[in-house]
Design a protein around this ligand. Structure first.
Ligand SMILES: [Zn+2]
Length: 51
């Protein structure tokens, strides 16, 4: 069974893929990609569960 607590983030700009939790996701949306600084939207995150 998968958990809904983690998300896979794939940057639309630099294609960096990292696993983040909910609070990290919010920080990325607010601050942009940690690697390249590109703006990040909710759609860049793939939830770890199907909903
Ligand atoms: Zn990036």
């Amino acid at each position: 069974m998968s958990t809904c607590e983690d998300y896979t983030f794939v940057c639309p700009e630099c294609s960096q893929s990292i696993t983040v939790n909910a609070s990290m996701r919010e920080a990325l949306v607010e601050n942009g990609c940690v690697i390249c600084g590109a703006p990040v939207t909710q759609s860049a995150f793939d939830p770890g569960c199907d909903e």
